[in-house]
Design a protein around this ligand. Sequence first.
Ligand SMILES: Nc1nc2c(ncn2[C@@H]2O[C@H](COP(=O)(O)OP(=O)(O)OP(=O)(O)O)[C@@H](O)[C@H]2O)c(=O)[nH]1
Ligand SMILES: [Mg+2]
Length: 298
Amino acid sequence: MGFLDKIKTAFQKTSEKLTVSITGKKIDENFARELEDALIMADIGVETATELAKKVADRKFSKETTDLEVKQFLADEIYAALRPYESDFFNRDFSHRPEIILVIGVNGNGKTTTVAKLANIFKTAGHRPLLVAADTFRAAAVEQLKYWAEKIQVDIRAGKEKADAAGLVYDAISSAADNDVILIDTAGRMQNRSDLLDELAKIKRVIKKLDESAPHKTILVLDGLTGQAAHNQVDVFLNKIGIDGIIVTKLDGTAKGGAIMPLTRKYKVPIMAIGLGEGLDDLKPFNARAYSQAIFGI
Ligand SMILES: Nc1nc2c(ncn2[C@@H]2O[C@H](COP(=O)(O)OP(=O)(O)OP(=O)(O)O)[C@@H](O)[C@H]2O)c(=O)[nH]1
Ligand SMILES: [Mg+2]
């Protein structure tokens, strides 16, 4: 499936919710309210929903306006708002050697899977990734990353269960002479567990000891299904650890596909990629045009 088909299919449920039907209707206050509700249901955020509904109402569309024209108008507005948050994360040449990427986030959000997908993308682009299984809390977590490393055929460093994660990261980076990009998978931590966040801060300090400029990217992985709760996660990780960008996973098949909009609006951080499935090829660059069209089924 091509990129555009893939993204359109992923956002089908959202676009069903965002069905804008103006045929036979007047674009009046009632229409605007209906539209606003639909946008809010798709998690686009209350402020944006209100603004967009007002813009449509003010636009004075003619009687001949089609549903598609209204959808395109909305998609263009969303595109303009999201364009600044696109990222060239997949394609850039790594300016540091090795480039160190730290992947963090709450339990089950998709960190490990995302690390594997990124390794696959970078390997395909000709790089030599090293995976670091810094989730030392669970043996299963290490096994999961080993499985992917073997499948993709990339290097991996893992420690013993319950080993000190920061120590493992230090050793891994110190001995990574052959690798030009290092992807560090960390244990999922609830944003309210300050002890675990402290450990993450320690990992970051250890990385800095080896390379003052690193980690070159700290990426927060969010589950696209969590809606408003994701904002609390961003607040905590942004303040306690610092992040350079966000990857939103599990956007395939959700009806809340608008969720990217309020995140960028509030936090103004780049969206480095979106997860559209469990497979290795299911991590896609965030393309604001394709996304804004897809959520309206265009
Ligand atoms: N549908 C879908 N599933 C995903 C996506 N990304 C990850 N998953 C699934 O979500 C589940 C959790 O993913 P993990 O990568 O293990 O999440 P994690 O953040 O590493 O979890 P912890 O290590 O427990 O904190 C797995 O079953 C993944 O296959 C996505 O984009 N779409
Ligand atoms: Mg994991």
